[in-house]
Design a protein. Sequence first.
Length: 739
Amino acid sequence: MITKNKLYNFLFLLTLVFNFNSFSFAEQRLDVKQQLGNLSGQVKGISSDALAIVAAHNARRDVTYVVYVINGKYRATSVLSGTYTITVKPAVGQLKSFKPISVVRDIASSSSVTANFTIDQVYSAPNYVGGMPYDGDSRYPDAKVLPYSEIYPSGPGREIVERTCNACHAVNFLPYNVVRDYAGGRGMKNRDSWIATVDRMHKTAGFGRPGKVPIFDQSLLSVGDREILIDYLANNFSDKSEPRVVKLESVPNLDKNALSKAMFIEYNYREPKSKYDVWPWPHQVDFDKDGNVWLAYTACCIVRFDPRTGESKSFEGHGGGHGIAVDQTDGTVWYSGDTVRRLDPKTGLVDHWKLGNDKALGSNTQIFDSKGNLWMSLLGAGGLAKWDRKTDSIVWWEVPVIRSRPYGIIVDNLDKVWFADYHNGGVTRFDPNTEKFKHFNLVKENAASSIRRLGVDSKNNIWAGTWASINYINKLYRLNPETGEVFEKPFSDLPYAAAYNVEPDTKDNIWVANDNYLSMYSPINDKFTHYPIPVRSDTLKTTITRDDTVWFFYRNAGKHAGYGGTAVALYPDKDKIKTLAAYHSVNNQGYRLAKFSGQSAPPVLGGDRVSPSKARNAESYAIWAKENGLSVVSEKLTVASSSARLVSGNLTELSDPNLIAKGEKIFKTNCSACHSVKNGESNGVGPNLWGISGRVAGTRADFAYSTAMSKSDVIWSKDTILKFIAAPSKYIAGTTMPS
């Protein structure tokens, strides 16, 4: 018999259990509703054709709240307590400007604070397109802002550039003729350098990988068109050209009602000044089961943010990586590096997973399936890899699809693996059960194209966007895998956009990361809603929470705008914030690990973990490659004869034996730890240097160069080698070679 006291005790214990299980959610609700403040105010003098934002920055937490000024009013909610510098300033990507104004206010918990502003004058101001800053940085010259038609004169040359070069390179890449931090500039080129560049793009294996085709289809550049292209590049973008960028001539229509509801919160990690010779930049965020946000901060570190406090912690000493995926079963963090790296935040230990000694087998992006296995895209090698949880080992496959270089990767509702092919205008599906690949073409134009990342909605449709298309109008694509039907939607009101990533939210709205904007496409309304981001930057990879908060980061704001590694949350409706913490939706189609309930992975031991470098389908791929006219042996780059004749200071001209002996001694002391120099010797940490004179940088087929080196198009001579050795990162920005 249950007495009254026993019943009360039972109910008390039940309450404790309920409160324990609900503590996290209750705490989050309390954090938003009772412990956080609000900020609002009016902005007088702002005209209807000018878009302003208000940014409130807390220096102690290094957290910033950003909202739009709509109809002369602004409002921020869920503000962490502290002292804020509150600034009203023009939004990014506008043609109207004014002088920013700042005030300081203290915002306490549960308080409502007001800060009003009066703008003296709104005036027209020239602006330029793209997510890179080209003015206001004392280290680099400001660019002249000119119309597209003036920078790119019309004619056959421009048509060829648009169908070949602009698949990968944004509109300002060619005219801003200055070497600078990644990724806003390039090396200066004369005609001979352009010859080498064009030939490397369409004649040699992509990323120097044997058995692969060139970056873009050779049929897009006939012999006659090659000469026209080289002339066009040499005449309009020579080493004597002044820095120029394309003029912004129009702004997209903005939904003021949507903007009035929106709010950004920026969380920042600033690495010590001058700590890194290269410039780190953020590349992807993910969430752990405790609501923290993890940032892959390339060249620096992995950073963890607690959005509820603004607190950040860095994990240094093992790089930062391109992609990142948090294992929800044990909290370990997988990220790009070697083939892949795995961090245990509790111990700080990191496993360095490798596929033999093949440095080209590095993963670009990682994602878990519902069985707890980790899938990885191997961009440089053109492969797909899998870490198997049961065997605790990695296997990989060569992708038998022409010009498929796997970039972004997802797992669909049926546990099929999909990846963006990057250079062939489509996506490819891999069935883990049959180990079969199937390619789907998306882009209809007869032009080179690049697709970076993709998403899958609740109906199992695949979504992707192009970095650029003909006339620099990028497009959003939807693929029905069952029928093969492709729907396309151009960004006609967002000129020169560059769609890097697409991702559905819980309502199947599609979010697109563009330069200077996050854009939301509603399939129901067939309409884009554009949100100008708080600073000029490209935005790359989004990650969306169960509450439809869109997390991203500022890549190219970086050190140019005083930022470090950022994690930024866009709340489409600030009045519906349930928590500042970030959690995956269990129904997120790109997040299949939510369905996994098996064992945790073996512990992180720290050190190298090596799996075989041979592809599972090596034999069948070799047959496929032969059938498609591809060679699986190393290719050698043939430098254009005119270029080879003009290389100055050829190293073979040195004949003084005493000088050679001194040089050999210096080489052994300073260089031999990384480089071999004799013909036939294997590569070390750096490439073998035999025959370097006259070679285009980054083109040995058997070595995995950094992206910066591969794209530099420097021709090695006595002069260029001396300049590079003196200051590697200044001569080739982004190189991984130390000074």
